[in-house]
Design a protein. Structure first.
Length: 482
C-alpha cells in the first residue's frame, strides 16, 4: 500500500480523524519443571571461593579449581548456546568440576528463595515471564557490579576491553544509576512489527508507512478472511514492542523519557493519546484476529505463522521460537511501526532495539569471577557466531555475522537498524519497573483496552494512576534518564 496519498488534508491528520473509543493485550512463557539441581544450593559451604591469580589468560582471577553454577532461561533462545560456551569454560579451567548447568522457565519462583537465602547460582539468565525485577535487585544491592568484566581484555583482541566490543547502548542498559554495570544483556533484540513478506506479496501490498495505509491494508486483508493483527492477549506487554516506538515517532523520544522518569501526566501527552487511539481503532474496525485476548505468545505466533493474521508485535527471538510452525516460504520480516501522519516528530524507520536476555551475577555468588569469565567467553566472536547461527538473533557482540548466511528475518533486522541510524529508541520501563510495565500498563491497561473492555481515555487515566503510584512508592528505587 505504501505512502500514496501523502495526506490530502494537512489540517486533518490522523490525530483529528481517530477520536474514537476502547481495547489492547500481550506475553507469557509456558511453565516447565525445573531441574532439581537448581532447587537449592548443593554445596557444603555458602562462602565465596578464594579468588585465583590473575594472568594474561585469566584476567579476572578465576579460581581454577572452583565449581561454577549457571542457570539459563529456557525460552525462545533455548539453552544450547550457553552449554556450548560452558564447554569452553571447562576447557579453559580443566581442574574445575564440569559447569553445573540448569535451565528453567520459572526463574523467579525457583531462584528468588535462593537469593533470599544467600545461596544464588553464579550466573543467571534472568529472563521470561517469571523474570526477577531488575530494578528491585539493583536497589537492594543483590547484584555484582560487572565493571571488572567490562574492563577486562576481550577474548579475541586483548588490546580491546570487553566494553569496547559491545553494540551501541548495551553497556548503558546495564547501568541504572551512574557508572556501575549491573546487567549484561547478551542478545541484541530488534523489536517491531513482524510479518510475512509472502503474505504481503499475495495481497499485492507493501509494508504500510503511515496509519491510513495500515488501516487500508487491514481492510483489504479482512476481505480475504485474514486478520490485520494478533498479539499475545494473555500477555499484552508485547504490544509496547511496537506501540512505544510508535509513540516516539509521533511525539519524539522525549515523550518516552518522561514516561520512563515517571513524570506527572507523562501518559497524557498528545502523542500517547494519538497512539492509543490508533491501536484502539484496530479493535473497533475488527482488524484483530478473533480470540486474540485469550491467546498465549506461542498460540498467537502460531496463528500468525498459519497466515491467519498479517502482523504481530514481537522481538527478534520470535524467529527461533516460532520456527516449529513457520512455513519454509514464509519470508519472516520485521519493520518499524507505521507512522501516524506527516506531523510525526521522528522519521519512518524509528525502531526499538536494545539489549535483551539479561545475564546477572548475584552479589552473593560463590564464584563471581567464574560467572564473569563465562560471560567474557560468551562475548567472543566464536560464541557470538554460534549464538547467531543457533537462535537466529544478533548478540551484544558488535559483529559476529561475517561469513554467515542470514535468514530473511535476521537480514530485515540488520537492515532496519541500518535504516534507523540514530533513530533507535530504548524505553527503560521494562527493566526499571517490571511490575508496572507488565502487570499494570500491559495486562491491566493496554490488555483491557485492546480486548474492548476500556476506552483509550479510560486506559490512559488508569495507567497514569499506576505510574503516579509507582513514583510515590518509597519502597522501590527510582531511576531517571541521565
Amino acid at each position: 500500500m505504501g505512502s500514496t496519498s501523502a495526506h490530502k488534508n494537512e489540517g486533518h491528520g490522523r490525530r483529528d480523524v481517530i477520536k474514537r473509543s476502547a481495547a489492547l493485550g500481550l506475553l507469557t512463557v509456558p511453565t516447565m519443571s525445573f531441574l532439581s539441581a537448581c532447587a537449592s544450593s548443593d554445596s557444603s559451604s555458602d562462602k565465596k571461593v578464594e579468588k585465583g591469580k590473575t594472568s594474561k589468560t585469566n584476567p579476572l582471577g578465576v579460581n581454577e579449581t572452583a565449581p561454577l553454577e549457571v542457570v539459563i532461561f529456557d525460552g525462545g533462545f533455548g539453552q544450547q548456546y550457553a552449554i556450548d560456551a560452558e564447554k569452553k569454560y571447562n576447557a579453559a579451567f580443566p581442574k574445575a568440576p564440569k559447569v553445573k548447568h540448569a535451565a528453567t522457565q520459572k526463574i523467579q519462583s525457583q531462584l528468588q528463595p535462593r537469593f533470599n537465602g544467600g545461596t544464588p547460582p553464579d550466573l543467571i539468565d534472568n529472563s521470561g515471564a517469571e523474570q526477577m525485577d531488575m530494578g528491585v535487585l539493583v536497589g537492594k544491592k543483590q547484584l555484582l557490579d560487572l565493571t571488572p568484566l567490562m574492563d577486562a581484555p576481550s577474548i579475541d583482541d586483548p588490546t580491546k576491553k570487553v566494553r569496547d566490543t559491545l553494540r551501541p547502548g548495551v553497556l548503558e542498559m546495564g547501568q541504572f544509576d551512574g557508572d556501575p554495570v549491573w546487567i549484561m544483556y547478551y542478545a541484541y533484540t530488534v523489536y517491531g512489527v513482524w510479518y510475512s513478506q509472502t503474505a504481503l506479496d499475495n495481497l499485492d501490498a507493501q509494508y504500510p508507512e503511515n496509519w491510513d495505509d495500515m488501516l487500508a491494508l487491514c481492510a483489504k486483508a479482512k476481505k480475504k478472511g485474514i486478520a490485520g493483527w494478533t498479539y499475545p492477549g494473555k500477555y499484552p506487554y508485547y504490544l509496547p514492542f511496537s506501540l512505544y516506538p510508535f509513540i516516539a515517532k509521533i511525539g519524539g523520544r522525549e515523550v518516552l523519557d518522561k514516561i520512563d522518569n515517571l513524570e506527572p501526566n507523562a501518559w497524557m501527552d498528545p502523542a500517547v493519546k494519538a497512539a492509543f487511539e490508533a491501536y484502539y481503532e484496530l479493535y473497533q474496525k475488527g482488524y484483530i484476529l478473533k480470540g486474540t485476548p485469550g491467546l498465549t505468545h506461542i498460540q498467537s505466533q502460531t496463528e500468525w505463522t498459519k497466515g491467519k493474521a498479517l502482523f504481530i508485535p514481537n522481538g527478534s527471538w520470535v524467529e527461533n521460537e516460532a520456527a516449529p510452525t513457520t512455513p519454509k516460504d514464509f519470508k519472516m520480516m520485521v519493520a518499524p511501526p507505521s507512522g501516524l501522519d506527516s506531523s510525526d516528530k521522528m522519521p519512518f524507520g524509528t525502531i526499538w532495539a536494545s539489549g535483551g536476555e539479561p545475564f546477572i551475577v548475584p552479589a552473593k555468588a560463590k564464584n563471581p569471577e567464574g560467572g564473569m569469565e563465562q560471560l567474557r567467553i560468551m562475548l567472543s566472536e566464536e560464541s557470538s557466531k554460534n549464538f547467531t547461527k543457533q537462535v537466529k538473533s544478533l548478540s551484544a557482540f558488535n559483529g559476529g555475522t561475517d561469513g554467515l548466511t542470514l535468514s530473511t528475518a535476521m537480514q530485515s533486522g540488520v537492515d532496519s537498524l541500518k535504516k534507523a541510524g540514530d533513530n533507535v529508541v530504548n524505553p527503560r520501563l521494562q527493566d526499571w519497573y517490571v511490575k508496572l510495565q507488565k502487570e499494570q500498563i500491559g495486562v491491566a491497561g493496554i490488555g483491557e483496552m485492546m480486548a474492548g473492555r476500556a476506552t483509550p481515555a479510560e486506559t490512559l487515566k488508569k495507567i497514569q494512576g499506576f505510574a503516579d503510584a509507582a513514583a510515590k512508592d518509597q519502597s522501590i528505587k527510582h531511576y531517571k534518564h541521565q
